[in-house]
Design a binder for this molecule. Structure first.
Ligand code: BES
Ligand code: MN
Ligand code: ZN
Length: 493
């Protein structure tokens, strides 16, 4: 998608759609009012004939209005008072959604305000909404493919809008990268291929190290390696470094992702129905990779580490069994009760390695960890678990601004005994009650007094159907925006 910032009155080319964003209760002021006057009341007539009142997400398609544009859209943005950055994104994204396959090629978005920051966010909205994973379609008819290839956003200051858009373009690129990883089929994106794709990000200035099974065995990562042991694909640990702080030795911040490239459940095998969803069980690693992509892409002034634990969980003659005991890098032993509770086993070693080697300021892990978080919070909120109020506060603040909702969950000490084992230091499941909580308590046993937060994104990494105009059905990229925002607002400079 080509993005341009133009003056409100700039000539429209051929095959252009004019999308006028309007507020509820104030439909025909500004650009919409002018066009209505020029067209002898065409917009007023269309409004009267429909149930359009400018509410958020409403789009009125006005055909044959006359005037310069081949087609005019009125796009509702709700009440003027609540209109913010995310509102501008959503309005522009809704406009794109309404005409993406119309056959017209240019979308001109006119917001109620010409302010350059809002214009940049509108452009971001269209970039995110126009994401599409179509690599494996060979027979799609041309008329079903999106036709809009250029978006112009009207603004009073196109130079300032371009400057404001640069880091947002980096964000959109990173989210697309993350969504691609999550969308790829599991026969294509197995641990080594994932590792190759993040290694290729060295072109952005990241440093990437990849550890294979022999190196992880030397480090004593029996917990992570046990999960991958039934797979013919080799497990990998990817270590991504972004050194952007003025002081290259400044203490880094760290992010750790669950990257189960496919989760069959292993010997504790999952039911067939819906198992294909488990290709996106690497969504945590996908989000961390996306975050590192945007930090490098916008040259963030921070030192950051991203660690991805990449495995495939398969049933096999060599697979881990329920009843096995494994020794983690921390030295703690784990009795495997259910081989399907594998994400925490991967994180246990990845997190230990992270704090041991990098001594970070804090660690945030992201994982599609439990089905129970979907039962607890539904499909819009991810679960936040943390041993630190300041870190939680920073995550919640960023979450609100970026429209990626989090809800803080408890880590009650009295539930911790549910993961005590009869024969080892702990077991890998704590029963059905509070399943997301005991999973988080398990991870906490591998955190050494470092401020830490765990985001259980099983609820938000994939959406079908999506209810947000900037998120097409499928991989969401959840986490990239909110972490990027938190880093930008609290940990740079
Ligand atoms: N990857 C799943 C969790 C999941 C479920 C992610 C649905 C996305 C959508 C995880 O590895 C898992 O299987 N968890 C088990 C844990 C249980 C065996 C204690 C679960 O949630 O049922
Ligand atoms: Mn599982
Ligand atoms: Zn899993």
């Amino acid at each position: 998608m080509e993005i341009e910032f133009v003056a409100a009155g700039a000539a429209l080319g051929e095959k252009a759609v004019l999308a006028l964003v309007v507020f509820e209760g104030d439909l025909l002021s500004g650009a919409a009012g002018q066009l209505d006057a020029q067209t002898g009341g065409a917009l007023a007539r269309a409004i009267a004939a429909a149930r359009f009142n400018g509410g958020k997400g409403q789009v009125l398609d006005v055909l044959g209005a006359g005037g310069e544009a081949a087609r005019v859209l009125l796009v509702g943005a709700g009440k003027a008072e609540g209109f913010d950055d995310v509102g501008a994104e959503h309005a522009a994204a809704s406009a794109y959604g309404a005409v993406k396959s119309s056959g017209l090629t240019t979308l001109r978005v006119v917001l109620p305000s010409a302010e350059h920051g809002l214009a940049a966010r509108a452009a971001l909205g269209v970039r995110l909404a126009s994401y599409r994973f179509d690599r494996y379609r060979t027979k799609e008819p041309a008329e079903k493919k999106p036709s809009i290839v250029k978006t112009q956003v009207a603004t009073g200051d196109d130079g300032a809008a371009r400057t404001a858009f640069a880091p947002l373009a980096a964000l959109a690129d990173a989210i697309a990268f993350s969504r691609d990883l999550v969308s790829e089929p599991p026969n294509v994106l197995y641990p080594e291929e994932f590792a190759r794709r993040v290694k290729a990000l060295e072109k952005l200035g990241l440093e990437v190290e990849i550890l294979g099974e022999a190196e992880m065995a030397k480090l004593g990562m029996g917990s992570l390696l046990g999960v991958g042991q039934g797979s013919v694909r080799e497990s990998q640990l990817a270590i991504m470094k972004w050194n952007g702080a003025a002081d290259p030795k400044a203490q880094p911040i760290a992010f750790v992702g669950k990257g189960v490239c496919f989760d069959t459940g292993g010997i504790s095998i999952k039911p067939a129905d819906g198992m294909e969803d488990m290709k996106w069980d690497m969504g945590g690693a996908g989000a961390v990779a996306g975050l590192m992509h945007v930090l490098a892409g916008r040259k963030a002034k921070v030192n950051a580490i991203g660690i991805l634990g990449l495995v495939e969980n398969m049933p096999d003659g060599n697979a881990q069994r329920p009843g096995d005991v494994v020794t983690s890098m921390s030295g703690q032993t784990i009795e495997i009760i259910n081989t399907d509770a594998e994400g925490r086993l991967v994180l246990a070693d990845a997190i230990w390695y992270c704090q041991d080697r990098f001594k970070p300021k804090f660690m945030v892990d992201l994982a599609t960890l439990t089905g129970a978080i979907i039962i607890s919070l539904g499909n819009d909120y991810a679960g936040l678990f943390s041993n630190n109020d300041e870190l939680s506060g920073n995550l919640l603040a960023a979450s609100g601004v970026e429209g990626e909702p989090l809800w803080r969950m408890p880590l009650p000490a009295q539930y911790d005994k549910n993961i005590d084992s009869m024969i080892a230091d702990m077991k890998n499941t704590g029963g059905r009650p509070g399943g997301s909580i005991t999973a988080a308590l398990f991870i906490q046993r591998f955190v050494n007094k470092v401020p830490w937060a765990h985001l259980d994104i099983a609820s938000t990494a994939w959406k079908k159907p999506s209810s947000v105009p900037t998120i097409p059905d499928g991989a969401t990229g959840f986490g990239v925006r909110l972490l990027n925002r938190m880093v930008q607002d609290k940990y740079e400079g």
